[in-house]
Design a protein around this ligand. Structure first.
Ligand SMILES: [Zn+2]
Length: 157
């Protein structure tokens, strides 16, 4: 499934099922509209997370990532779940994997109908989350690489 994480003006947003790259820097609402117009769905990734260019509100999207396996400190997953519950939005999990060993730590189980439409199943909330937190060693390894890059003045996101 094609998918991309977009930097909106307020924070990161996942766009699934689109083959055209949504422009970055627009408001979440404009980005969500762009994605919907192309048949895709929008998911707020890691909301309320302090270090990941995260949104601190839940816009009118299709689903919310309420379990981010990277999140090992603080209450971001709690606030994400609370926001999704208040708005009645489907809840999904994400690994946020930046290395192969972290792939699959955050799992979303999607119950797809006979039509095989995964996006529609997520939109309708036929999802369950499962997962475990990224092992602290892997998390700290990533943090270390991130810090080294910044110190060298290398890649910036
Ligand atoms: Zn992100």
């Amino acid at each position: 499934m094609p998918g991309v994480e977009v930097s909106t003006s307020d924070g990161h947003l996942l766009a699934l099922g689109v083959r055209e790259l949504p422009p970055s820097g627009r408001s979440p609402e404009e980005t969500i509209e762009f994605v919907r117009a192309r048949g895709g769905i929008s998911i707020v990734s890691h909301p309320y997370h302090p270090f990941r260019h995260s949104m601190y509100r839940i816009p009118g999207c299709d689903a919310v990532e309420v379990f981010n396996s990277k999140f090992i400190f603080g209450l971001a997953n709690f606030w994400a779940r609370r926001g999704a519950t208040r708005l009645g939005l489907p809840m999904v999990a994400g690994s946020d994997a930046h290395s192969a060993r972290s792939v699959g730590l955050g799992v979303t189980i999607v119950t797809v109908g006979e039509d095989g439409d995964v996006l529609e199943a997520i939109r309708e909330g036929r999802v369950e989350i499962d997962g475990k937190r990224t092992p602290p060693v892997a998390f700290l390894g990533q943090m270390g690489r991130w810090v080294k890059k910044r110190l060298r003045g290398g890649e910036r996101r």
